[in-house]
Design a protein around this ligand. Structure first.
Ligand SMILES: [Mg+2]
Length: 228
C-alpha cells in the first residue's frame, strides 16, 4: 500500500497542449452561440473549467444556467479530441516528465493521481495524446467541484476508497504550476509543490509560499528524494 499520494496538475505541469483547450472552448462558443473568440482575455491559470466557462458565458453576454453545461461540455469534448491532434501547434511533455512519471509509478510507496481544473473527460483526452493515462488511475476534476480547494479532499477520499486506509496530510503532495495550485493545498495542510516551468515565474510563485518550489521537474533524482 502506498504511503505517499502525489496529486499532479495537468496543464503546465505534466503537459503543454499548445492551446488546444482554448481553441476548443472558442469553437464550442462559436458553434453553439455564434460568439467568436470568447476566451480572449480570460485567465485559465489554475482555474476549473466550470469557472472558466461561467466567466466566458458572461463575457459573451449569455445567461448561464447549469442546464447549458451538459450540451456545452459534449461539444467541447468533441473539439478537444480534434484539437489535441491538430497540426501546427507545439505540444509537449513538460521538462522531466517523460522520465519522472514512470519512475514514480514504479515506486511501491508512491500513488500517482490527478488534481486538475479540467473536466475528467477532456483531461483523459489530453492525457491520452501523451500516453499518460495508465500512470494515473484516479483523480479529482472540475466535475467534482468548481472550487479547486474542494478537489483536495475529493482526491484523498478516492485514495481511501481505493486502498481502504487513511493517509496523513503531510504525505499528500499537490504539484502544480500556478498560484491556484499552491492556494488549494493550504486549507488542508497538505504539501504544496510549485513548479515554475510554465507561465508563472519562480519569483511570482514564491510569493504564495509553497512548501516546495522548483524551477522544473528535470532533475529526476532530487525530485524523487523529495517524495521518498
Ligand atoms: Mg496548470
Amino acid at each position: 500500500m502506498p504511503m505517499k499520494l502525489l496529486l499532479f496538475d495537468i496543464d503546465g505541469t505534466l503537459i503543454h497542449t499548445g492551446g488546444a483547450g482554448i481553441r476548443s472552448l472558442n469553437r464550442a462558443f462559436e458553434k453553439l452561440y455564434g460568439c467568436p473568440d470568447v476566451m480572449a482575455g480570460i485567465s485559465l491559470a489554475g482555474r476549473t473549467d466550470d469557472l472558466i466557462v461561467r466567466e466566458a458565458f458572461g463575457r459573451a453576454g449569455l445567461d448561464f444556467s447549469d442546464k447549458d453545461l451538459p450540451r456545452f461540455k459534449s461539444i467541447y469534448f468533441q473539439f478537444i479530441a480534434e484539437e489535441i491532434y491538430a497540426n501546427g501547434y507545439v505540444k509537449r511533455l513538460m521538462p522531466g516528465i517523460a522520465e519522472l512519471i514512470p519512475e514514480l509509478d514504479r515506486h511501491p510507496d508512491i500513488c500517482l493521481a490527478l488534481l486538475t481544473g479540467n473536466w475528467q473527460r477532456s483531461a483523459r483526452i489530453k492525457m491520452d495524446y501523451f500516453e499518460l493515462n495508465p500512470f494515473f488511475a484516479f483523480g479529482a476534476f472540475s466535475d467534482d467541484s468548481p472550487e479547486r480547494s474542494e478537489l483536495v479532499p475529493v482526491a484523498i477520499q478516492r485514495f481511501r476508497n481505493r486502498y481502504g486506509s487513511d493517509i496523513r496530510p503531510h504525505d499528500v503532495y499537490v504539484i502544480g504550476d500556478t498560484p491556484a495550485d499552491v492556494l488549494c493545498a493550504k486549507p488542508h495542510g497538505v504539501v504544496s509543490v510549485a513548479v515554475a516551468a510554465a507561465a508563472h515565474p519562480f519569483d511570482e510563485l514564491a510569493q504564495y509560499e509553497p512548501d516546495i518550489l522548483l524551477h522544473d521537474l528535470s532533475d529526476k533524482n532530487s525530485v524523487l528524494e523529495l517524495f521518498t
